[in-house]
Design a protein around this ligand. Structure first.
Ligand code: ZN
Length: 628
């Protein structure tokens, strides 16, 4: 610690102790249950970090092996919510003791077995993977494998350490003098590494190999890495380094390249469930398959997280009386991983049940479920439904029969287009919730938006239907005629006369009197029109007497004298009124077309728009669908 010259880019505050891996994990696990961690769990108590520190100091490294001393196993610090558990936490109790017990990492074990058999062991190993997949356990297993001497004391390195010899026992208990565990999260500085480098020069005290297990190695400072690198490149033959990290991308390339790398996989949900079932048998705990499947799903590939949840589930089951871990209890306990709530939420989204949707969101929030988790749950369902729809994926990891039925039902009912749109909307909502000042409100808005969109037809289908309509609509509009004109337009009285009138107006227009022609189209309701005679009225709102203008204009256009007279008779609609009513009739015909009727029903509040016409004045309602 305290290496103030460190300039490791990823660690701005070198002198401050960064949160330890255990603390980080405690925070993560606590987040799962919506409770603040009171104390970090020390399920991975590393001797140097939290256990009997003497074991790892250089002084004691050179001291004689304290073989006779009983194992100074530090009492495990209680994990959150488990302070009163009398038994060891499951994650600790069922830490794998052999490679056979290490689940889900077959490829790595095979590679390692081959290396041991051929005596081609690297001098440094790097274990990467998400938390709780068994990196530290693997490191200890490798330490055992390398140092096991067999029950008779004559064995060599083996992929199948005996678990009985002194090195095996001591390593399992974390007290072997030649196996030094260090948590880089709390020992980031160059001084810590110097201690290692100094000690490396000395031979192993009692074991075949001196083994350094450095957890969360990416947290070492740059200087610490540089100091370590020299040793790493030319290590003494009796030294092995086992590094573990959750973030291998933060490691210097030089370090990576000098290690044999093992990427530990997330453990599949079915395998986890199976593993937990086996542990329940050993613990004499009765647990529903569905409950274990839910715990496995919530564990997200981490054995340790899953076992923490199982611990809590067993504690809850004991409290409730019958000691049986039931699906209902686990559902209540987890909140987050409650598949049935997720399905209800998804169903409410699709059904457009706004009040039910908001109620669910509020109830889940009250239970401590993060708003973001609700969107994530809906996204997971969307993904599963989509995969199911194309016939891919298996239903093997469905937590329950209800889940299987629901997903298959949705897969049959939703189109691919709808599912992809659903995904896009949820993803957008997920991002919004993450950055919003009030995640709950953002989640409500995002889900309501999805809900409003979910009943829209698939754009692909819609386009097809509209194309069908487009091929029929013009005819329908033409046939509809002017008879069913808009309410404000007068009924057509004399189409023949108006046709003549149209010709007269065109003639005026062509004579260069465009203003007058415009006035004639707009203001003249023809009452009587024959050669040289025009009687007309004006629509309401036009008061200016245009008689003289008309007389002059008509004379100029036709070269004849016109008798023009204004009267109060109704007359035929003006040309403009005729156009308007024709258009209204066309729209009415289009609206009446069955598919358009359906479309308008599907887009509540939608309007028919001319292409040239501006966007609707009351933009904002439902307008998002046009922006897509
Ligand atoms: Zn052994």
């Amino acid at each position: 610690m305290g290496d103030s010259t460190d300039i490791f880019g990823n660690e701005p505050a070198d002198d401050e102790t960064p949160p330890s891996a255990a603390e980080l994990e405690a925070a993560g696990q606590a987040g799962l249950f919506g409770a603040a961690p009171a104390t970090p769990p020390a399920t991975d108590a590393l001797p140097w970090a939290t256990g009997p520190a003497e074991v790892a100091t250089p002084a004691s490294v050179e001291a004689p092996a304290p073989v006779a001393i009983p194992a100074p196993v530090p009492p495990p610090a209680p994990a959150p919510g488990q302070a009163k558990q009398p038994y060891r936490v499951l994650a600790r109790k069922y830490r794998p003791r052999t490679f056979a017990e290490l689940i889900g990492q077959d490829a790595m074990v095979q590679t390692l077995a081959n290396a041991i058999r051929r005596d081609r062991l690297a001098h440094a190993f790097l274990m990467t993977g998400v938390r709780g997949v068994g990196k530290t356990s693997t490191a200890r297993l490798i330490a055992k494998a390398l140092n096991c001497i067999g029950p008779d004391g004559n064995g060599g390195p083996t992929i199948d350490p005996c678990g009985q010899c002194e090195p095996c026992v001591a390593i399992a208990e974390g007290r072997h003098i030649d196996v030094i565990e260090m948590d880089a999260a709390s020992h980031t500085g160059v001084d810590d590494v110097r201690e290692i480098i100094e000690a490396v020069r000395y031979a192993a005290v009692s074991a075949r190999y001196k083994i350094y297990i450095i957890d969360e190695v990416h947290m070492l400072s740059r200087n610490a890495f540089n100091a370590l690198l020299k040793t790493l490149e030319e290590p003494p033959a009796h030294v092995k380094f086992l590094f573990a990290t959750t973030e291998s991308d933060k490691l210097p390339v030089t370090v990576m390249s000098s290690c044999q790398r093992f990427d530990l996989r997330r453990i599949s949900t079915p395998l986890l469930a199976q593993h937990f079932a086996g542990i329940c048998v050993k613990e004499a705990v009765v647990a529903d398959d569905e409950a274990l499947a839910m715990i496995a799903a919530a564990a997200e590939g981490s054995v340790r997280d899953g076992l923490s949840i199982l611990d809590q589930a067993i504690a809850h089951a004991d409290l409730d009386g019958d000691g049986r871990v039931s699906a209902g209890q686990v559902r209540d306990m987890l909140g987050l991983a409650d598949k049935s709530v997720q399905r209800r939420l998804f169903a409410a989204l699709l059904a457009g049940e706004g009040p039910a949707l908001l109620e669910l969101v509020a109830a889940q929030f009250a239970l401590g479920v993060e708003p973001q988790a609700l969107l994530r749950g809906a996204m997971e369902l969307t993904h599963r439904v989509t995969v199911t729809r194309i016939g891919g994926g298996s239903m093997a990891d469905a937590a329950s029969a209800e889940e299987r039925d629901a997903i298959e039902g949705w897969a049959g009912a939703l189109s691919a287009g709808q599912l992809h749109r659903l995904w896009q909307l949820l993803l957008k909502g997920f991002d919004e919730v993450r950055t919003a000042p009030d995640p709950l409100v953002a989640a409500q808005m995002a889900l309501l938006r999805v809900m409003h969109a979910s009943d829209l037809p698939d754009p692909g289908q819609l386009v097809k239907k509209l194309e069908d309509i487009a091929s029929r609509a013009p005819m329908a509009g033409a046939e509809a005629g002017v008879g069913q004109g808009g309410a404000s337009a007068p009924t057509s009285a004399a189409p023949a006369a108006s046709l003549d009138w149209r010709a007269v107006v065109d003639q005026v227009d062509r004579s260069g009197q465009m203003m007058l022609a415009s006035t004639m189209r707009m203001q003249v309701r023809v009452v009587e029109l024959r050669h040289g005679v025009l009687r007309f009225s004006q629509p309401p709102g036009f008061r200016e007497d245009i008689t003289a203008d008309l007389r002059a204009g008509l004379a100029k256009a036709t070269g004849e004298r016109w008798q023009v007279e204004r009267c109060d008779d109704a007359g035929a609609p003006t040309l403009v009124e005729l156009e308007q009513s024709a258009k209204a009739a066309g729209e009415a015909a289009i609206r009446a077309a069955p598919l358009v009727e359906l479309t308008l029903a599907a887009f509540p509040g939608a309007e028919l728009l001319d292409e040239e016409q501006d966007a609707p004045r009351q933009a904002g309602n439902r307008n998002w669908s046009r922006q897509r």
